[in-house]
Design a binder for this molecule. Structure first.
Ligand code: PMP
Length: 309
């Protein structure tokens, strides 16, 4: 039985009790990783009630991931957005982690069969706290560079958020845990910095902020874009450039960001202290601007908050 994390789940257009949202063991996606998904968060805000953060961008990325794999999701962006609001309301959630996923069901075992098939679609929403821990948000996490490289260009597209890609993320994150780190950082096949198991990275030295480019086997994160935008508001420009491994050891500050991890400082890499080993000043500023979007202290100039009501 699936561990129940909320009362209801949205499944192919219907709202079902959590335990009844089941698939067959011959589901194509279980065998071949043929799914595309999103991770989205909703926050309880004092000024606008429960709001979904950057819903339109997440739904667009889901549709983009599906397009790369020639998948047909039988719902429009508007229907997915509405269903996301509906499942949050139905579960009476004030804040939530939301997991929309489109996948091939029990359509047969052939690798060619997906062509022209419609996907199934699920939207789960449940409560989920700080992914790398509350303490990590304050004081930073210890990270390690993994021995696994990220995917090479033209093998599997890292720009698609597809189920199969997360075998790479699992190897990265399991190795990090085994070595006592909270998160793993991966290099691309050229040896340049890529990303964390589920986070993008920013490196700061002497006031210069850089982040790996799209060509460094990253998923171009929506939080990454948020951080770049908030930094621009504060007068900082971010360089998107290839970053050598040693820059991690020499950084004054490093931050990780993603929907699950939000904006989290990194306090050490491979046991080497980042700066003075505490959250740095630029990280603190952008982190407070980020969380300020949800308590109303940062003005949402971009229309990033979609109220559920
Ligand atoms: N990289 C990977 C591999 C991820 O899984 C995620 C989380 N979706 C990110 C980066 C960050 O993306 P976002 O900010 O859109 O959540």
């Amino acid at each position: 039985m699936a561990k129940k994390q909320a009362e209801f789940i949205w499944f192919n257009g219907n709202i079902l009790p959590w335990q009844e949202a089941q698939v067959h063991v011959m589901t194509h996606a279980i065998h071949y990783g043929s799914s595309v998904f999103e991770g989205v968060r909703a926050y309880h805000t004092p000024h606008k009630g429960t709001c979904i953060f950057r819903l339109q961008e997440h739904t667009q990325r889901l549709l983009d991931s599906a397009k790369i794999y020639r998948m047909t999701i039988p719902y429009t962006a508007e229907q997915i957005d509405q269903a996301t609001k509906d499942i949050i309301k139905k579960n009476k959630l004030k804040s939530a982690y939301i997991r929309p996923i489109a996948f091939y069901g029990d359509i047969g075992m052939g690798l060619q069969v997906p062509f022209g098939q419609e996907t199934e679609m699920v939207i789960a929403a449940f409560e989920w706290g700080a992914y790398l821990g509350e303490e990590g948000l304050q004081n930073g996490v210890d990270a390690g560079i993994t021995s696994w490289n990220r995917l090479a260009a033209n093998t599997m597209p890292t720009g698609a958020k597809a189920g199969g890609n997360y075998l790479s993320s699992q190897l990265i994150s399991m190795e990090a845990r085994r070595h006592g780190y909270q998160e793993g950082i991966a290099l691309d096949i050229n040896g340049y910095l890529s990303e964390g198991a589920g986070e993008n990275l920013f490196i700061i030295r002497n006031g210069i902020i850089s982040t790996p480019p799209r060509t460094a086997a990253i998923l171009p994160g929506i939080t990454r874009d948020t951080v770049i935008t908030l930094l621009a508001e504060m007068g900082y420009t971010v360089r998107e450039e290839n970053i050598p491994r040693e820059a991690l050891y020499l950084a004054d500050e490093i931050l990780m960001c993603g929907t699950a991890a939000e904006v989290t400082p990194v306090r050490s890499v491979d046991g080497i202290k980042v700066g003075n080993g505490a959250r740095g000043p630029i990280t603190e500023k952008v982190q407070s601007a980020f969380f300020g979007l949800f308590d109303g202290t940062t003005e949402d100039k971009w229309g990033w908050l979609t109220p559920v009501e």
